[in-house]
Design a protein around this ligand. Structure first.
Ligand SMILES: CC(C)(COP(=O)(O)OP(=O)(O)OC[C@H]1O[C@@H](n2cnc3c(N)ncnc32)[C@H](O)[C@@H]1OP(=O)(O)O)[C@@H](O)C(=O)NCCC(=O)NCCS
Length: 247
């Protein structure tokens, strides 16, 4: 089953493939998950077949909101205005970890997969070869982190795998700049911080020479989709998502 990609992502598992999977493929992949201790599973499928839907049901996986892939040309045509009293600065590994984890948990309280990140997961991500502190921007007010925009560059010579379903695309196309994680502390929602951070993140990527921007967003995340569409991003692909726990 060489076309099946099963990876550990943070504390869960991600299953994806470039072709449709047979019942046998799915059984084998989930058997691997089970025999390696089990855990939460997210399976990304583009236009699932009846056989894939049946396999998901058989393993107790349910359909979650689809995953949208959104893209834009860089540089964005948008003014970068930071709300009064807020400053923009890069993340400082080791210094900002605890404060960032708290804001991340609050921003993603409804999305445990991202909101449950702990020090260990963060440190692992900060040690990735692609990590660049200058591409991990914070908006801060009076010493408190109000929001963050963490970018990542996908170079066509490097095959990244952080659990999303189109790493394959990146290996054969021009480099793409991704907004990897973006969040605003709920105490600061609705004040233009998310907009300013998105623009700052893509401006950083454009400055690094990237001409294509992208991000992934859950299809039920209305505020985020409205924000990205208002900045000219468009949905280029929609993956079905099956989720569940394998024990
Ligand atoms: C998405 C998010 C970053 C927006 O941050 P924010 O600072 O509240 O957003 P802004 O004040 O900059 O608003 C910018 C635009 O977002 C959209 N928006 C924001 N909140 C919205 C809401 N509740 N409903 C609909 N649209 C909304 C609007 O288009 C808004 O533009 P407008 O003010 O001209 O109407 C924030 O809601 C958040 O952190 N959510 C949780 C984490 C998350 O989902 N991250 C994105 C993962 S891809």
């Amino acid at each position: 089953m060489s076309h099946v990609h099963l990876s550990r992502v943070n504390r869960g598992w991600v299953l994806r493939s470039h072709d449709h999977l047979s019942a046998h493929d799915v059984d084998a992949a989930l058997h691997t998950v089970r025999s390696s201790g089990g855990g939460s599973v997210r399976w990304f499928v583009f236009e699932p077949t009846d056989a894939e839907i049946a396999s998901a049901e058989r393993h107790g996986l349910r359909a979650d909101a689809p995953l949208l892939h959104m893209r834009c040309s860089l540089p964005l045509v948008a003014d970068h205005r930071v709300a009064e009293g807020f400053v923009t600065r890069p993340f400082r590994p080791g210094v900002d970890n605890a404060a960032w984890l708290e804001v991340n948990a609050r921003a993603f309280a409804d999305h445990p997969e991202q909101g449950d990140w702990n020090e260990e997961v963060l440190v692992e991500q900060l040690a990735e070869p692609w990590f660049d502190a200058h591409g991990f921007l914070l908006h801060e007010r009076e010493g408190s982190i109000a929001g963050f925009c963490w970018t990542q560059v996908h170079d066509h010579t490097v095959a990244h795998d952080h659990g999303r379903s189109d790493a394959h695309d990146h290996t054969h196309t021009a480099p793409v700049g991704e907004i990897y994680v973006i969040g605003v502390d709920p105490a600061f929602h609705g004040r233009g911080i998310g907009r300013s951070l998105t623009i700052a993140g893509f401006a950083h990527l454009a400055h690094r020479g990237l001409r294509q921007g992208m991000l992934y967003v859950a299809g039920d995340n209305t505020p985020a989709i409205a924000l990205y569409e208002s900045l000219g991003m468009t949905v280029v692909r929609r993956d079905h998502v099956f989720v569940g726990t394998i024990s």
